[in-house]
Design a binder for this molecule. Structure first.
Ligand code: ME8
Length: 506
């Protein structure tokens, strides 16, 4: 049996509006989950990180209670993900009782086993990043990550004995050189480990928007709280069957700025609980605009609702996966999105669909002809589904799409070389039937292969083809085991799938 697949995104701070960076990680997780679901049990968790000083400050500025603020904002995030056709299995909010219970239980468990102890914290704190910093790490007295002001904290806090896990972390990194990707993040984390680890303060007493420390003063540090969503969201100590099925996570996706929390602090917490570390933490690069990371706090966020309306959610999804190898930074601009949309989706794929379906209308009244004895054009792509699946599950999205485009290109080339209009004129009906059938069947296979990336548009293509059954059905069966498009199926032409986008000249 295939092992179950569990993919997570970071849970997002709801201190402001979502932007394209949040869409990015969530869409990637969705593509993984949609692909994994065609092979076996899959769980995809995303959600919102609602505690901490940063959210409390944002609520106070808006004149609202933090809870009211969160309750009002969560639907915006959920509708954003819906706009981008994200099919998560669960959406966790850290203010939900199912999560709060887990955080308190973990805290108590670790206090009992000595991994959590009372001490004094004196040092610097960056509120926007919700991160503690040693004096020596500050750059010009400011946060080394985001460059903003830090505040001095002096509190009696609870500490997590992170330093005790250093050797095990180093061993784990050495034994599993692939468990943290990309390689540069792996190296960066190794360097931190080699430098040494301090224990981590995990409670705060100077504000109160958080999960209360059980039988103590203050609230639990937002990162300690937030990381635990990955296990509370699959029922740790609440739904054993589910938890056993899905833990350890197969892929935890994060932006590289929070790699340290996920590859150093998180495994240590898990080990303190007697649980396994995730199989893979993939820390990806940033979407940038004019060399700057897109982010709400840096003020260059782009409204993702407006982008979906302008370019189409599926075109954005395609752009995000195709533009750069997953892992590296890449710059975003409306011109680049429009270019990908017009060339790959419009001219290549959309045109293939449109010319096939319109020739079918013109020459065969929209009906799929009889299947020929063999499919020579498609035979060269019999291995493609497996190649694509392997590339996607290895997070090489660009490779996967390039492989699919080999087939798109081959089919377009076949139309140009074999000139169906000439076959029609010369009354070579059998040859024309064979070609049209192969093009239709090719489109059906393309719809399945691209469904994880462009779910809405591919479902539309599926309908136009009149293809029966489920588009997301197991790939190997529906693609290779002969369940091809049935002759006599009635197709429809419709408007272009990816209509051309003209950008106004600047
Ligand atoms: O860090 N490019 O939440 P957050 C690519 N609550 N991805 C980006 C991005 C960009 N410019 N900007 C944001 C938090 N992201 C914590 C996480 S998890 C237990 C707690 C994505 O709202 C990327 O995945 O600041 C990044 O790590 C995440 O959004 C940060 O979201």
């Amino acid at each position: 049996m295939t092992r179950a697949f569990y993919v997570t995104t970071p849970i997002y701070y709801i201190s402001g509006n979502p932007h394209i960076g949040h869409v990015y990680t969530t869409v990637v997780a969705d593509v993984l989950a949609r692909t994994a679901r065609t092979a076996g049990p899959t769980f995809f968790l995303t959600g919102t990180d609602e505690h901490g000083q940063k959210v409390a400050n944002a609520a106070a500025e808006a004149g609202k209670s933090p809870q009211q603020w969160c309750d009002e904002l969560v639907p915006r995030w959920q509708s954003l993900f819906q706009t981008y056709h994200v099919a998560y299995d669960d959406f966790i909010r850290t203010t939900q009782p199912r999560h709060e219970r887990v955080v308190q239980r973990v805290f108590e468990r670790l206090r009992e086993n000595g991994d959590v102890y009372l001490g004094k914290y004196e040092g610097w704190y960056c509120v926007p990043d919700e991160t503690f910093w040693l004096e020596s790490k500050l750059v010009d007295g400011k946060c080394p990550t985001c460059g903003r002001e830090v505040q001095w904290l002096s509190e009696d806090d609870w500490f997590f004995r992170l330093s005790a896990y250093r050797d095990r972390l180093i061993e784990h990194f050495r034994a599993h050189p692939q468990w943290v990707r990309t390689r540069s993040v792996y190296n960066e984390m190794m360097a931190i480990l080699e430098e040494g680890l301090d224990d981590l303060s995990i409670s705060r007493t100077n504000f109160d928007w958080g999960i209360p420390v059980p039988d103590g003063s203050g609230v639990i540090y937002v990162w300690f709280d937030a990381l635990l969503n990955y296990i509370s969201g699959i029922g740790w100590e609440q739904d054993d069957a589910k938890f056993q099925t899905f833990w350890p996570a197969s892929v935890q996706l994060v932006g590289k700025e929070i790699a340290r929390f996920h590859t150093i602090i998180w495994p240590a917490i898990l080990w303190a609980l007697g649980l396994e570390a995730p199989e893979l933490v993939f820390a990806h690069g940033w979407i940038t605009v004019e060399g700057q990371k897109v982010g709400k706090s840096l003020g260059n966020a782009v409204d993702p609702f407006a982008l979906a309306q302008r370019f189409g959610a599926d075109s954005l999804r395609y752009f995000l996966l195709r533009e750069a190898p997953f892992g590296s930074d890449f710059s975003y601009s409306e011109e680049k999105i429009a270019q990908r949309h017009n060339s790959d989706l419009g001219n290549d794929l959309g045109n293939l669909a449109h010319r096939t379906l319109s020739m079918l209308q013109r020459y065969r009244e929209g009906v799929v002809p009889a299947a020929p004895a063999s499919l020579p054009l498609l035979a060269q792509f019999d291995e493609l589904p497996e190649r694509v699946r392997i590339a996607i599950l290895d997070l090489r999205f660009r490779d996967a799409l390039e492989a699919v485009w080999e087939m798109v290109t081959a089919l377009n080339r076949a139309v140009e070389e074999r000139k169906p209009w000439a076959l029609e004129k010369e009354c070579r009906a059998e040859e024309l039937d064979a070609l049209l059938y192969e093009l239709c069947e090719g489109l059906r296979r393309l719809a399945i292969l691209l469904h994880p990336v462009c779910p809405e548009r591919m479902e539309e293509l599926w309908r136009r083809l009149g293809a029966g059954g489920e588009i997301g059905a197991p790939w190997t069966q529906s693609l290779v085991a002969g369940a091809g498009i049935a002759p006599s199926t009635r197709t429809s032409l419709g408007e272009p799938l990816f209509p051309r986008i003209e950008l106004a000249p600047k």
